[in-house]
Ligand binder design. Structure first.
Ligand code: XMP
Length: 520
């Protein structure tokens, strides 16, 4: 049987915490790639699908415990293979080298040196890289050359003498490996002889082809106005035109900037956005509830109820039947579910996240996820390419339960007003000071405690607003933003002057962990 060539680089995930970064760096270099499990790789190769190149990621295991037979990979004589960390140890041991259990290991920054007869274009001979291993290759297989070693004389990189196979003990994909991208590029271009195939235009073609599969069916989008749903809807509308309907649920827990934003989108885009006013429904459902998890559950469930009601209305009143639900799901959400960490390990639930997860099962809708192969920054790039304003595409993230988790305790109209007004002041001041893009997320939190103060000549006994501003790259970890005192002072002054009921403003200086970004 003829072997069919897949277009992409496959990255076999052995559970390294850096696997996603290999994809990102490869794409930045212009090479398309996807992350797969070892089982998936075996299945594909056994059914005669071969990638243009294979990368074996790092991983927490040790080759001494690995009982897999890797012949199905290494038997492919022409297949370019890059082994990173654990991946290199696997290849060394498969080809007859010796891997030894490390007593001390190498973790963190390390200095490596190219051997005299080897060099990588544009790279210096001595480089600083990121290491994270205890086992190491003690004897290089006879079919390989050692090309780089670390300052403590451990093997840092090997290259096959005849085949396009290379192993790196360090992690070229992490930022700490200063010349890592050049090393990856060297492998893809010079060793694997790959041609670049990934750019903004390719991304768009692939995303559009997913949308085209829907044909002339009606598609519903649970539209939040956030970057992901905006880009997904704008893209989908290009193909689906009037068959795409966007429902925006106004749960009354939105910021003032969200109302302005959605109005602008209605006026300035060609999206059909219907605003469903459900403010009263949500307020009623949240009445007297002060437990954070209960609030999250109620908001999530109410959202589904409102959608279901609306869907029935469309069916009965307008005879419109929706077959698909458009979602702005991104690549990190897709691969998280196949990561060995998740499959095998246990993770503790900190918060029940609310998005539109429950909708498709309840309503028998098929999922349309045209951004499911993209990272957030690629989605932003696509948004700009689709002509969306940068202001819309580079907005801060906003959680599904909205102000519901930024008002501690019971959610009532007065608390909503105070958090809305203070949030708007913070937002305006950030824009004014040109600091909006210097923080990852910035918002205010209403604290249901009263403190004593003086306003005018009188005694005040009023509530507290907390400012929360964090820097982060993915929301998993975060540090509080170190903003100038003058800026904080200006925000505090405006909030205490302009927001009725607030006498005191505090700044949250907790990082994540141990704090989470949202307060509930
Ligand atoms: P935490 O508070 O868990 O937040 O540190 C991390 C990031 O996730 C956002 N967040 C949510 N996003 N639905 C969402 O879509 C949710 O229920 C939710 N809860 C938190 C939060 O704003 C931050 O960006």
């Amino acid at each position: 049987m003829k072997k069919s060539h897949e277009k992409k680089i496959w990255i076999v995930d052995f559970g390294s915490q850096y696997t996603q970064l290999i994809t990102r760096k490869s794409r930045e270099l212009g090479y398309s790639s996807e992350i797969i499990t070892l089982d998936e790789c075996r299945e594909r190769i056994n059914s005669n699908k071969i990638p243009q190149c294979l990368v074996l990621s790092g991983g927490p295991q040790s080759v001494f415990e690995d009982i897999n037979d890797y012949s199905f990979i290494f038997n492919n004589i022409e297949l370019p293979i890059l082994g990173i960390c654990y991946g290199m140890q696997l290849m060394a041991s498969y080809f007859g080298g010796v891997v030894e259990k490390g007593l001390i290991g190498e973790y963190g920054h390390a200095e490596i040196h190219c051997l005299p007869d080897f060099s990588i274009p544009k790279c210096s001979n001595t480089m600083s890289v990121w290491m994270s291993h205890s086992d190491h290759v003690a004897k290089v297989p006879s079919s390989f050359n050692k090309i780089i070693e670390s300052s403590n004389h451990l093997v840092a990189a090997i290259l096959h003498k005849d085949r396009p196979i290379m192993g790196l003990q360090f992690h070229p994909e992490v930022e700490h490996s200063k010349q890592g991208k050049l090393i990856l590029d060297y492998f893809y271009r010079d060793v694997a002889d790959l041609e670049t195939d990934w750019n903004a235009e390719e991304m768009l073609i692939e995303a559009l082809s997913l949308v085209k599969k829907v044909g002339d069916k009606k598609v519903l989008c649970a539209f939040s106005g956030g970057v992901d749903s905006l880009v997904a809807a704008t893209l989908a509308a290009k193909v689906l035109g009037g068959n795409l309907h966007c429902f925006f649920v106004d749960n009354g827990l939105l910021r003032i900037q969200d109302y302005h934003h959605i109005k602008k989108l209605q006026e300035q885009t060609y999206l059909k956005i219907e605003i469903i006013d459900a403010k009263e429904d949500f307020l009623q459902a949240l009445k007297d509830v002060d437990d954070p998890e209960k609030k999250r559950k109620i908001i999530g469930k109410k959202f589904i109820d409102i959608f279901e009601r609306k869907l029935k209305e469309y069916q009965q009143k307008y005879k419109i039947h929706f077959e698909y639900l458009l979602q702005g799901t991104l690549y990190p959400d897709v691969i998280e579910s196949i990561s060995p960490h998740i499959a095998g390990g246990k993770s503790v639930m900190i918060k029940s996240h609310h998005n539109v997860g429950g909708l498709p099962e309840r309503m028998n809708l098929k999922l349309l996820e045209p951004l499911r192969f993209l990272f957030k920054d690629e989605v932003r790039e696509m948004g700009v390419a689709l002509g969306l304003s940068r202001e819309w595409v580079f907005r801060h993230p906003f959680p599904g339960p909205g102000l519901g988790v930024r008002i501690l305790g019971v959610v009532g109209p007065e608390a909503i007003r105070m958090v809305q007004e203070s949030d708007q002041i913070l937002y305006e001041e950030l824009i004014e000071a040109n600091l909006y893009q210097s923080t990852w997320q910035a918002f205010t939190v209403f604290l249901p405690v009263k403190t004593v103060g003086v306003k005018g000549d009188g005694r005040a006994y009023e509530n507290v607003i907390c400012l929360r501003m964090v820097n982060s790259s993915d929301g998993m970890t975060a540090n509080w933003s170190h903003f100038p005192h003058e800026f904080l002072e200006a925000v505090s002054r405006r909030i205490t002057n302009e927001v009725k009921g607030i006498t005191r403003v505090v700044y949250d200086i907790t990082s994540k962990p141990p704090g989470t970004i949202e307060w509930e």
